[in-house]
Design a protein around this ligand. Structure first.
Ligand code: GLN
Length: 269
């Protein structure tokens, strides 16, 4: 009798174990987040599809029909290391994260700043560069420092951190949404400044330098607004690609290749 009871309890324990595993398994496979890891590592086999916004010199810009710049070259080095063919898509900056989330693009690389808000939507690589938000004004502007921005008309690129900071409430260090106009890209924001539609443009320092060099009568205020880290973004669930790209990027940072690309495009002042 004793033996039978023991056997029954062993069977019962086994049953419970099987049932529990079953529950766990169902939960895992149920998640839509599992799709990317079940299928191929990349959106298209053998390709690394990168979304960028080629209006952000020297990180990405058009030279004829070709997208060149720091991000384009670093991405090419990464693709090379992984044996993938790089394909770069030029899209609006604020459609990069949604496209990466939906799996339309494998990654986004666009001088993109790591922020807590964005980290809720995508996963970031190790940072490969830093940027600083600066303010561009006309040479004869009465805006002498960032303390003079209150009540001024501010231009920024839609969806960028410059836009996000500037349009925040004054209590949070911003200038209020009603004072900020978002443009589709940095070039259009600078055009609006030249035409007197806005009094200043808040944008990352390297594109700011490029825009000031390409247009007469503009200058960058000395005050640095905010310092940020740039990184590559991936769909949260695409952990396999994310890890591979990150390992490749870290190796390219360690052996000096990334610095070499950055130095080619950004000359020390
Ligand atoms: N670094 C800024 C951001 O991530 C701007 C990037 C860009 O315009 N390409 O919001």
């Amino acid at each position: 009798m004793k033996k039978t009871t023991k056997i029954i309890s062993i069977i019962a324990a086994a049953l419970i174990a099987v049932l529990c595993c079953g529950c766990g398994g169902t939960n895992n496979t149920d998640s839509t987040a599992d799709n990317a890891s079940k299928g191929s590592m990349t959106a298209e086999e053998g390709k690394l599809v990168m979304a960028t916004n080629a209006e952000f010199p020297p990180y990405e810009y058009l030279e004829g029909d070709e997208i060149v710049g720091i991000d384009a070259e670093v991405a090419a080095l990464i693709a090379d290391k992984l044996g993938l063919t790089l394909e770069i898509k030029d899209v609006d900056f604020d459609s990069i994260i949604p496209g990466v989330q939906s799996g339309k693009y494998d990654m986004g690389m666009a001088g993109m700043t790591v922020t807590e808000e964005r980290e809720k939507k995508v996963k970031f690589s190790t940072s490969y560069a830093t940027g600083v938000q600066v303010v561009i004004v006309k040479e004869d502007s009465d805006i002498k420092s960032i303390d003079d921005l209150e009540g001024k008309k501010i231009g920024a690129q839609q969806g960028t951190t410059g836009y996000i900071y500037a349009s925040d409430t004054p209590e949070n260090g911003g200038y209020g949404e009603e004072n900020v106009t978002g443009y589709q890209n940095g070039a259009l924001a600078v055009e609006a400044l030249k035409n007197g539609k806005v009094d200043c443009v808040i944008i990352d320092n390297e594109p700011a330098k490029a825009y000031v060099a390409a247009n007469t009568g503009l200058k960058i205020l000395d005050t640095e607004y905010v310092t940020e880290d740039y990184a590559i973004c991936f769909a949260k669930e695409n952990t396999e690609l994310q890890k591979k790209v990150n390992d490749a990027l870290e190796a390219l940072i360690a052996d000096g290749s990334v610095k070499q690309v950055v130095d080619k495009y950004i000359k020390a002042d």
